[in-house]
Each structure stands twice: as C-alpha cells, then as structure tokens.
Write a protein that binds this ligand. Structure first.
Ligand code: PBG
Length: 344
C-alpha cells in the first residue's frame, strides 16, 4: 500500500488521471411538465427554475435542452379533465401524447421518455383505480390472479389488477405518439409485464420500459405533487409504494421487474437511497437509473438562494455520488444546468 495517498492528488492532471467516476451530459434525463389548455409557462413555486409549459412551448424547451447538451427528457402531463377511469391518460390526443409529438417534431434526436401512472388523471390522485364499494368480483385481467378467479376488495382500496389494463393502454398511446421509453411509476404489481405484453401486442416491441422498480413512499415528492397537481385527496401511497425502512424487499421488486421484462431499473428517490442504488447495481445487469426527485432539487435551490450552498458544486458532487453508487442514468431537474456546467 502506498504510504502517501496525497501523491496522486498533487496536480489537476494527476487527479484526472486516476478519477474513478465521471458524469457525462448523456447520463442525464430532464423531466418537464406540460399543462393542457394553458397559454404561458407557469413557474412552479416550490421548484425555482422549473415551469409548467403550455403545449406550444414544448418544442422550444426541447431544443433549448438539446443545445445545453441534454439528450433525454421525461414528460409529465397535467390534463384539464380528471375522472375515475383516468380517461385522459390514454386519450390519443391527450396532453402527453401531444407533447411527445411536439418534442419529436422539434428535435427528433431527443430521447423521449414518459411517466405511466394515473395519479394526475384521477380526481382522488391515487396511482390506480380506487374501489367505490366493498365487492367480490371476477378477475378480468390476464395477469394474476388467473382470469375468472374470485377477487375481494374493500371500499377505497387501490385496485391492482383493474389498473393494469389502463396502464398498458396509456403506455401504448405514448408509444404510438412516438415515445422511445415508457416509465411505469404506479407501483402496481406486474405493471412491467402488463406494459410489455400490451406494447408487444400492439406492434411496439421496440419501445423500451424504464421501470420505477424501487419507488419508495417518500416525503421528497412533495414539490412534484404541487407541480403535477397529483397529491392524493385521501390517505397516502404507502399501500403500494415501497416502505422507506426496507432494503431487502427492494431486491425483490428489482428482480421481479427484471423477470417481467424491464429494460432499465430505477431507484427513487435518489439521495437518501444511495444504498439501494448500490444494491440494484449488484443484483442486476440492466442499466440503473436514479431519480434525483423534486424535494432534493428544492432543498438545494432553497439553500443556494440564501447563499448557504454553492449550487453548481453541490449539484455536480451529487451527480457524481449517484454514479459512484452505481447509477448509469440520473433523472434530475438540474439536467439543463448540469449539462451546461459539464460542457464548460
Ligand atoms: C407519479 C410520479 C411521482 C413522481 C414521479 N412520478 C409522484 C408520486 O409518486 O407521488 C415524483 C417525482 C418527483 O418528486 O420529482 N406517480
């Protein structure tokens, strides 16, 4: 063992020579919000620097991100209408479907990803269909339990298998509009399988799935729910999102998604869950994405505004930490700034 570890830290050139992890602009995915029916960009108060875009602003935003060095975006939509069946989520002319087309028209080389979840499209804001009364029925889905088996649900329960066909239809509509990658984020069991089967059956065998595999029930999503108007009106998401106290269970979630046909696995949130990123890297050979979520962004922004932190330094250090933990990709609201800083 060398007796003096400072030898290789002496000059910038020596440090660069032995640096283990480097962040590239190509590693970053930039989330954008698009609001149906609006005319102007509306700043999101809890996420300084981010806005809800009107459809007419999508083309410009995508070109600007591309110029900054960003190569992938993740689109979230805010529909004007919400209903129990989340109809707008799979409307071929819904806000996300239109935004995908606008993105691809303005910049065909930008990788377009979408979020596949119904929380922004239902009045109750849950990520699945909610039972309106206690009932016993017959499973209609081709997933588990076997179609035709008896099923029981209680009033208010978020129904797993009833939600799967809607998620599949939503993903197919995104693929049809031109999405390269769809991201199931509702944390319903078998959502990846449902999407894979739905996409394949509709001729979209080449559309990739980025699975929100280990998505925890987290307070760090607070600013996002304001941005996307998707906070649950009753209860919380802990009956379907992952318990922050569990890491062994996330291995099961990750491996299940590998089995169901995921192309990319995601861990979310990122910073408080770097141990899970590391575990994901160890148990699976697929690309691993970490979601540097809204709350993590807002904390950095708030401290930087007060002059308490150096934003650029903190962001680049954080992104490096994701890579060091084993992430290949990072979804971050800082993507545009970070890409510019990395290209300087
Ligand atoms: C949709 C979804 C959420 C986020 C991404 N997709 C919100 C949630 O699950 O409540 C959060 C992203 C962020 O906080 O940046 N289900």
């Amino acid at each position: 063992m060398p007796d003096r570890l400072r030898r290789l830290r002496r000059t910038p050139q020596l440090r660069a020579l032995v640096r283990e992890h480097v962040v590239h602009p190509e590693d970053l995915i930039y989330p954008i919000f698009v609001r149906e029916g609006s005319r102007e960009a509306e700043p999101i108060e809890s996420m300084p620097g981010q806005s809800r875009l009107p459809l007419s602003g999508v083309g410009n935003a995508i070109c600007e991100a591309h110029e900054a060095g960003v190569r992938a975006v993740l689109i979230f939509g805010l529909p004007t209408k919400k209903d129990e069946r989340a109809t707008e989520a799979y409307n071929p002319h819904g806000i996300v479907q239109n935004a995908i087309r606008a993105a691809k028209d303005s910049c065909p080389e930008m990788v377009v990803m979408t979020d596949v979840c119904v929380c922004a499209y239902t009045p109750h804001g849950h990520c699945g269909i909610v039972a309106t009364g206690a009932r016993t029925g017959r499973a209609g889905s081709k997933y588990s339990p076997p179609a035709g088996a008896e099923t029981h649900s209680a009033e208010g329960e978020v129904l797993n298998d009833e939600t799967l066909p809607l998620l599949a239809e939503m993903a197919v509509s995104h693929a049809r509009a031109g999405a390269d990658v769809v991201g199931p984020s509702s944390m319903m069991d078998h959502q990846v399988l449902a999407l894979r089967q739905g996409l394949d059956a509709s001729g979209f065998g080449s559309t990739a799935i980025m699975a929100y595999s280990a998505k925890f029930s987290s307070g760090f999503y607070g600013p996002f729910r304001e941005a996307a108007d998707s906070a649950p009106s009753h209860g919380d998401r802990s009956s379907y999102q992952h318990d922050p106290a569990n890491s062994r269970h996330s291995v099961l979630e990750l491996l299940e998604d590998v089995d169901e046909g995921a192309d990319i696995l995601m861990v979310k949130p990122g910073l408080a869950y770097l141990d899970i990123v590391k575990i994901a890297r160890e148990v699976a050979d697929l690309p691993i994405a970490a979601y540097n979520v809204s709350g993590e962004y807002s904390m950095v922004k708030a401290a930087a505004e007060r002059g308490w932190l150096d934003e650029k330094r903190i962001v680049l250090e954080t992104l490096t930490a994701f890579k060091r933990a084993g992430a290949d990709l990072v979804i971050t609201y800082h993507a545009k700034d970070a890409a510019r800083w990395l290209c300087e």
